[in-house]
Design a protein around this ligand. Structure first.
Ligand code: LMR
Length: 336
C-alpha cells in the first residue's frame, strides 16, 4: 500500500522525465520580434505542430524578442553549429541575408511589389529557388518564406514625410543591414543608419535617428509610434522572412522526422499568411487609435515622386543581383 502510494506520487514526475528524455532532437527557434506578431505566432504554431507530428521526438523551443540572438548573430551561430541533435532555426528578414546572397537582395528593391499578391507570386514560383541558391554552401538551409507586410515610413519632427528630398533632408533613418535600403534612403534625400531591431526604440526615443521604415505590426508591437510624430503610408517595400536552419542539422535528421518537421512548417506558413493580413489591419488601427503618431496617406503624385526618386537603386544593384533575375522578376510580375 505504502509502495503504491509512492508510485502514484512519483508518477507525474516520471512522466515529465519521460517527456524530457523522449525528445531526441531540439530546435532552438530564435527571433527578434514580439510573440503576438505574424512571425511570433507562426513560430509558436510550428513548435506545437512539430511536437504533435513527431510525437515528442523533436522539441522546438521558441525564443522571441532577441532573447537568444539578434538576427545577424543568429546566422553566424547557425553556420558555426555542428550539432546533429540540436539545431538552430530562425526567420531573419530577407534583408538580413545581404552577407550571404546577392540575389536575395532583390526583395529589397523599392516598389518591386504592388501588394502581397505580388509577393506570393514570387515566393510560390520556381524563381524563389534561384534566389536562395548557394545558401546551403554557406551552412544555411532555406525552408520557406513568412510574411510580415509592406513597410511604411515614420518620422519625428514638425512635418510628415511627403516631399522628396525636402522632407528627408538632414534626417537620419534606421535601416536593417541592407545595402539597398541604404541606397534607397540616400536617393530619397535622407541619411541611413543600420541598427539591430532591438535597438530601434531607444534610438528613436533618444534622437539617435529621426525615423525608420517598418510594418504596422512591428511599429505597434515595439511602440515605435509612441516616439514618432508622423507615419507616411508609403508601402514602398516588403518585409518578409526566410526561415532557415543549420544545414548540417537538417541533412542529418532521419527522413521521417524531416518530413514531419517540413509538414509542420508548411501549415505554419499557411497560417502565417493569415496572421500577417490580420495583424496588418489590426495594428494599423491600433496605431491610429493610440493617437501618438499621425498617420498620413500619400497623394498619387507624392507616391509617383517617391517611386521616381528611388528608381536609380534598381540600376545600381542590377549587376550585383543579376540582370537575368531582375528581368525574370519583371516578367513574373507583369512589368515591362
Ligand atoms: C527589422 O529589423 O526591422 C525587422 O527585420 C525585424 C523583424 O524581424 O521583423
Amino acid at each position: 500500500m505504502k509502495n503504491l502510494f509512492r508510485i502514484l506520487l512519483l508518477l507525474p514526475l516520471a512522466c515529465i522525465n519521460m517527456q524530457v528524455f523522449a525528445a531526441e532532437y531540439t530546435i532552438k527557434f530564435s527571433h527578434v520580434v514580439a510573440a503576438q506578431t505574424p512571425k511570433g505566432q507562426a513560430a509558436d504554431l510550428f513548435a506545437k505542430l512539430v511536437d504533435e507530428r513527431t510525437h515528442g521526438r523533436v522539441k522546438v523551443e521558441v525564443f522571441p524578442n532577441s532573447q537568444l540572438y539578434d538576427d545577424n548573430k543568429v546566422l553566424e551561430a547557425m553556420r558555426l553549429s555542428d550539432s546533429k541533435t540540436t539545431g538552430i532555426m530562425a526567420a531573419p528578414s530577407l534583408s538580413k541575408f545581404v552577407k550571404f546572397s546577392n540575389t536575395l537582395q532583390a526583395f529589397d528593391l523599392p516598389y518591386l511589389f504592388n501588394d502581397m499578391n505580388d509577393v506570393h507570386k514570387l515566393v510560390d514560383s520556381p524563381l524563389m529557388d534561384r534566389l536562395t541558391t548557394g545558401l546551403d554552401k554557406k551552412g544555411l538551409h532555406a525552408l520557406t518564406v513568412w510574411d510580415n507586410g509592406m513597410k511604411v515610413f515614420s518620422i519625428n519632427g514638425k512635418k510628415p514625410l511627403r516631399r522628396t528630398p525636402a522632407d528627408f533632408k538632414g534626417k537620419k533613418f534606421r535601416i536593417q543591414s541592407s545595402k539597398i535600403a541604404g541606397s534607397m534612403i540616400e536617393h530619397l534625400g535622407g541619411t541611413p543608419q543600420s541598427l539591430p531591431f532591438k535597438e530601434v526604440y531607444t534610438a528613436l526615443s533618444q534622437g539617435v535617428v529621426d525615423g525608420q521604415e517598418n510594418t504596422w505590426s512591428n511599429i505597434h508591437s515595439k511602440k515605435f509610434h509612441e516616439v514618432q510624430s508622423y507615419i507616411s503610408v508609403s508601402n514602398h517595400s516588403y518585409l518578409g522572412y526566410l526561415v532557415v536552419v543549420s544545414d548540417e542539422f537538417w541533412k542529418n535528421l532521419p527522413a521521417d522526422i524531416r518530413a514531419a518537421v517540413a509538414s509542420a512548417l508548411k501549415d505554419a506558413t499557411k497560417a502565417n499568411r493569415e496572421y500577417a493580413i490580420i495583424a496588418d489591419k489590426a495594428d494599423r488601427k491600433k496605431v491610429e487609435e493610440d493617437k501618438h503618431a499621425k498617420v498620413v496617406e500619400l497623394s498619387k503624385s507624392e507616391r509617383a515622386a517617391w517611386r521616381k526618386a528611388t528608381a536609380p537603386v534598381w540600376k545600381e544593384f542590377r549587376d550585383e543581383i543579376g540582370g537575368d533575375v531582375i528581368d525574370d522578376l519583371n516578367k513574373l510580375l507583369g512589368r515591362k
